[in-house]
Design a protein around this ligand. Structure first.
Ligand SMILES: [Mg+2]
Ligand SMILES: [Zn+2]
Length: 200
């Protein structure tokens, strides 16, 4: 069973710009490729999990998500990095028309995307992390017993300032951005691996 870092897309891996309704609006943070490459080298899976209710709302077709993720994968490959999976939810419980309008199990903070990834990639969710910029990402981590890592990019600063005090539980950790989060996660994973070794 492998350990993974689940990475929110908008606001965490890429700039939060509202709905990415055109490829030109998708802009990776400058440290995004470095962060994923570090995970690759550190032996942790890097998996993107994102809500894309703009599909259900009729703001853009589902195929645009495929185009955006192809560009994302290409940018990673160009920098010698690799995402192990990209999972998204195109649904909304009350907007648009079926099948996109539905009470699905995959809209964060529900854990459907994580369960799908865990099955595809043999991931131990309870020993994994979720990194994101919003409360839903923290709730997502809680729902599977993973560690919740908040970044200050995207909505993160505002979440911390206005809302985090009233969350049922604070995030397990807070970082300036994804790269810092990944560095600290790799440090934790290494320390745990060291601690697990029998004494010499
Ligand atoms: Mg986000
Ligand atoms: Zn869904």
């Amino acid at each position: 069973m492998k350990r993974a870092v689940f990475i929110d897309r908008d606001g965490t891996l890429a700039h939060e710009v509202g709905y990415v309704n055109h490829l030109s609006r998708f802009r990776l943070f400058p440290w995004a490729v470095d962060a994923v490459r570090l995970l690759n080298r550190g032996g942790l899976l890097a998996v993107v999990v994102t809500n894309q209710a703009g599909v259900a709302r009729g703001y853009f077709p589902e195929r645009l998500i495929g185009e955006v993720h192809a560009a994302l994968n290409a940018a990673m490959a160009a920098g010698g990095a690799r995402l192990d999976g990209i999972y998204y939810c195109p649904h909304h419980p009350s907007a648009g028309e079926p099948p996109y309008r539905q009470e699905c199990g995959c809209r964060k903070p529900r854990p459907g995307l994580l369960h799908r990834a865990a099955e595809d990639l043999q991931i131990d969710l309870a020993r994994s992390w979720v990194v994101g910029d919003r409360e839903v990402d923290m709730e997502l981590a809680r729902s599977v017993g993973a560690r919740a890592f908040l970044v200050k990019t995207g909505y993160g600063q505002g979440e911390l300032l206005w809302h985090a005090a009233s969350w049922p539980r604070p995030p397990d950790a807070v970082a300036e951005h994804l790269l810092e989060a990944v560095e600290r996660i790799l440090g934790e994973a290494e320390a745990e691996a060291g601690a697990a070794e029998p004494p010499a």
